[in-house]
Write a protein that binds this ligand. Structure first.
Ligand code: GLA
Length: 330
C-alpha cells in the first residue's frame, strides 16, 4: 500500500473535504469482484463487461469471476480477499447459499450486493440486508405472456388447439415470478388452463430446458400449436430446439424469452425465422453497471444501496432487435 492512498484514507476518516486528486487515488485503492453463476452466458458476459468499463472509467479494479457452485464461490471470495478487495457483486449459483456466502464475506469485512438472483435466508425469505438489483420478474413475465397472446391472435390460432410448454424453475424465486406472470397474462387473454404443461428444468440454461421439454412435447402429441415460455431466452431456445427435433415447424410454435442478449441476437440473425418469436429485453449493461456502481459508492462513500431495485424490459423481435439493441446499449 503506498503512502498517498493511506493519507487519503486518513483524510476521509477525519471527515476532510475530498480533493479531486484524493478521489482518484481512493478509486485506485478499490477492488471489487463480480461473480456470476453462468460465465459463458451472454447476459453475464455483458454484465461483467459493463462493470469492468465502469471501473476503467472511475479508476477502480473489477475482477470478473465464475461462481458455478458453492465451492467455487467461496474460493472466489478467498481469492478476492488475497487481492485486497473490499467487496463483490454476485449472481449466486443457488440463492440458498446466501447465508454461507455472507458468513465468508463478513469474515473478511467485505461488502456484498446481489444482482439478478436474490439470496434467500435460512427462513426461505429474501435476505433484506443484502442490497439487490434485479428485474421485476412478475411484470416482465406478464410482458412475455402478453406478447405470446398477441402473436397467437395475429396467427389466428384456435385456443383449443394450442398447448403451452411452461419451462419452470421453482427453486429460483425470480424464475417462478416470471413464469407466473406469463401464465397469468395468458390466462387473462383466454388461454386454456388445462393446456398448460410444465417442464421443470434443473438449471437455467439451454441444455437443461431442452432435456425438460422433449418428453413433454412427445407426451402431448395431440396439439397443433405450441407456445413456449421460461425464465429466460436461453431456456426458451432449449424448448424451441426440442420442438424442432420433435418435428414442429416454425409457424406452429411461438416462443418468447426474457433477457435480450447475444443468445437472442444469434437467433434473430438466422436467415429463416424459427419458433423463437421474441424476447423481453432488459438491459444487462445497466444491471452490470448499476450494481457495480452501487457497491463502489458504498465502499467509497459509505452510502448503502437501496434494498431492492427492480428493472423493466421491452419486447424485442426480429423486426426491432437491432434498433432496441442500440437504444439499450446491449
Ligand atoms: C437469472 C437468469 C438469467 C437472467 C437474469 C436476469 O439469473 O438465469 O438468465 O435472466 O436472471 O436478472
Amino acid at each position: 500500500m503506498s503512502f498517498i492512498p493511506t493519507l487519503t484514507r486518513l483524510a476521509l476518516g477525519a471527515g476532510l473535504a475530498l480533493s479531486s486528486l484524493g478521489a482518484a487515488q481512493a478509486a485506485e485503492d478499490v477492488t471489487i469482484g463480480f461473480i456470476v453463476k453462468k460465465p459463458e452466458q451472454a447476459w453475464f458476459i455483458n454484465e461483467q463487461r459493463a462493470a469492468t468499463e465502469l471501473g476503467e472509467e472511475k479508476g477502480f479494479e473489477v475482477v470478473s469471476m465464475a461462481g458455478e457452485d458453492g465451492q467455487q464461490v467461496l474460493s472466489a471470495i478467498d481469492n478476492l480477499y488475497s487481492q485486497g478487495a473490499q467487496g463483490f457483486v454476485i449472481c449466486p449459483p443457488d440463492v440458498r447459499l446466501g447465508p454461507a456466502i455472507m458468513r465468508r464475506a463478513e469474515k473478511y469485512d467485505m461488502k456484498v450486493v446481489t444482482v439478478d438472483d436474490r439470496f434467500l435466508g435460512a427462513d426461505g425469505e429474501p435476505m433484506e440486508k443484502v442490497p439487490h438489483l434485479g428485474m421485476s420478474g412478475y411484470k416482465i413475465g406478464q410482458q412475455a405472456g402478453r406478447a405470446i397472446a398477441k402473436e397467437m391472435q395475429a396467427r389466428g390460432w384456435n385456443p383449443e388447439e394450442v398447448a403451452a410448454l411452461r419451462i419452470t424453475n421453482y427453486e429460483l424465486p425470480t424464475a417462478k415470478d416470471r413464469t407466473d406472470g406469463a401464465t397469468d397474462a395468458l390466462l387473462e387473454a383466454g388461454f386454456k388452463k388445462a393446456n398448460i404443461f410444465d417442464a421443470p428444468q434443473q438449471n437455467t440454461d439451454t441444455s437443461s430446458a431442452f432435456k425438460a421439454a422433449s418428453p413433454v412435447l412427445s407426451k402431448h402429441g395431440e396439439f397443433k400449436h405450441w407456445v413456449i415460455y421460461a425464465l429466460n431466452e436461453e431456456s426458451v431456445l432449449g424448448g424451441v430446439r426440442a420442438s424442432e427435433q420433435y418435428g414442429l415447424s416454425a409457424d406452429q410454435v411461438i416462443g418468447v424469452g426474457i433477457n435480450g442478449s447475444g443468445a437472442a441476437f444469434a437467433e434473430f440473425q438466422r436467415e429463416k425465422p424459427t419458433g423463437f418469436h421474441g424476447t423481453v429485453a432488459v438491459s444487462s449493461t445497466m444491471h452490470g453497471h448499476q450494481s457495480a456502481s452501487n457497491l463502489y459508492q458504498w465502499i467509497t462513500e459509505g452510502e448503502k444501496p437501496p434494498a431492492n431495485t427492480e428493472t423493466t424490459g421491452q419486447l424485442m423481435t426480429r423486426d426491432n432487435w437491432r434498433q432496441l439493441r442500440e437504444e439499450m446499449g446491449l
